[in-house]
Write a protein that binds this ligand. Sequence first.
Ligand code: NAP
Ligand code: ZN
Length: 347
Amino acid sequence: MISSKAYAALSATKPLQPFRLERRDPRPDDIVIEIAYCGICHSDIHTARGEWGPTAYPCVPGHEIVGTVVATGKKVRGFKLGDLAGVGCLVDSCGTCKACRASEEQFCQKHIAFTYNSTELDGKTPTQGGYSTHIVVREKYAFRIKKGVPLARVAPLLCAGITTYSPLKRHKIGKGHRVGVVGLGGLGHMAVKLSRAMGAHVTVFSTSRNKERDAKQLGASDFVLSTKPANFEPLTGTLDFIIDTVSAKHDFTPYLMALKNDATMVLVGASPLPSEVLASSLIMGRKRLAGSLIGGVRETQEMLDFCFRKKIYCDIELIPAAKINEAYERTIKGDVKYRFVIDAATF
Ligand code: NAP
Ligand code: ZN
């Protein structure tokens, strides 16, 4: 077994605390990654606090993982010692169902092994995430990271990057499209950078007046303070696409009104509480409300390569492990620019 220092949530109400974790010895198709950095996603907070339903404690969160390969199983072909590697939200899936065959492993019909608060394919061994010094993963679910990139700023691409890239690609966002991004947090700031890089004109909707200047620096052309209903009026029927990254319950209606006819609003923000939708806000203009979950293995590598080519990285605040609980509180308040990343050397 590989002993790993980690931080874990032991219950929904207690702060995370230092924790010892035993990782499996590498199987023939596994790589062992010494983790350098791990991002803090709001999903970590929802899960650590049991907001999405029962969490299996102890839970080591973290699915924005980058580091160096320090061991490989006998059959590993894609990685060698010293390579940089990343791990996102999935560590395994059946590999044979229709979704897996299409490299949409996040929708595996048999067993999706999420990186934490899930189980391996045996259905019983708990998976544990990246707030730790090491992770052991099948090479198929690890991603190649180019040498020389700012590694800490790459980590959040493994979730915030792919979760926003995937729906933008699926909806063929490109030059001339008017895209709305709702919520300027970890996912939102990546949605702005990626939509801009794809050629879109971006409007940010935010509850935080003080994020206007950042929104523009990140690539947005317009900023709408979403706490004032009157601010939505000039936008009625103007947007081709909206990506909603908000982590809490809110009203979708004003955003649906801002869409053009036949346009789509994709939810990636996963509030634990249901929101109401006024039917006429979809009916009038035949609009669509859709969802999207991270991205598959192939698409995640494609997103990373796109970001490396275009030099798109996350804006981060690097913290030591001892600040994880403070970072959770600040993330909930929307007080992070724009992703906390843990320096794994401090576990
Ligand atoms: P985050 O950094 O906390 O950003 C969320 C943003 O939502 C905040 O910065 C804030 O932006 C806005 N917001 C927060 N509370 C709000 C409220 N009550 N009303 C309106 N706006 C509010 O979180 P994140 O890491 O980007 O994650 C966002 C959500 O996506 C979470 O629910 C997470 O679980 C989910 N997620 C989903 C997927 C997927 O595959 N679908 C993947 C990763 C994460 P402003 O200050 O600009 O208003
Ligand atoms: Zn995430």
